[in-house]
Design a protein around this ligand. Sequence first.
Ligand code: CP
Length: 360
Amino acid sequence: MKHLIDIKDLSVEEIDELIEVAKDIIDNPERYSERCMGKILATLFFEPSTRTRLSFESAMMRLGGNVLGFSEPNSSSAAKGESVADTVRVVGGYCDIIAMRHPKEGAPIVAQEKSIVPIINAGDGGHHHPTQTLTDLLTIKMEKGRLNNLTIGICGDLKYGRTVHSLITAMCRYDNIKFVLISPEELKIPDYMKKDVLYKNKVSYIETVDIEEHMGELDILYMTRIQKERFSSADDYIRLKDSYILDLEKLENAKKDLCIMHPLPRVNEISVKVDEDSRACYFKQAEYGKFIRMALILKLLNEKKINNEKENVEEKLINKITCKNLRCITSVEQELDQIFILTDKENGIYRCKYCDTKGE
Ligand code: CP
């Protein structure tokens, strides 16, 4: 493994190993303070970020390395129309590893194909955000002491929330996990997540619109923001944005050792009064992100091998159908082949290689 695009690129063993390294970094930071001396991380952020970009930069600095990059596309040649492929090809000559965030789904796949250095997906539209998932897993391990035998409530935007999809995908690989999926009807978890992830892994789940209905059963409550930037209609956003506001009253029946998480930024989904409750873990979660990113940078810089096995065995359609997802990188990147991969042989379903949209 050389790049990290999707949390599924990591085996359970690799995730457990990253968590162990992160825990060792927390306990013994001095042992790691020169591990990346002479190495450079490039942070290419085509979309806003506070935690992901700054924790990556802090992680590399804490490892003794250096950082370069940009925090918004207007300060790069993307503003002049330069493609992701060209940007990455050029920046690879200036650094040893790249963390990239892009609003178009699948942009990091284009990047990994052109890059001579490891690519870390720091978020691609509503698609994947694997280092947030690693952050979440480290938080759960640190706060609950385990990654199995948990009832996890996830609340808010379960339709567009990339952190939600990646977290569910990752947690489904551990034993005895149950989900309580709390959302308005319009923002329910997509059917493909139910079929391809929950059902396939025989993981039980309940869907509800009521945040208090199952509060007393939860070990984890993962709150999410209704993301304005993912809505095409401003009216829909305004109608749904205040669907859930967690306050102390709603926590009355919650377990004493509930772990409240949120990938942040928060708008108003969690009352600031909850911040002082011992169950509020979201600021600690943001800090854990730095430690797991330190572990990830070390891992990727130490791995030379590119695993192309998956690439070789896949059945593909090339330039036979066009991706209909306007948020897909194929809608903007010049001369990018339209590649669809046979993901479900039984039902003859092909999905876009970049954004996973079903081919039609
Ligand atoms: N959680 C997260 O991705 O935060 P930022 O958008 O601030 O990076």
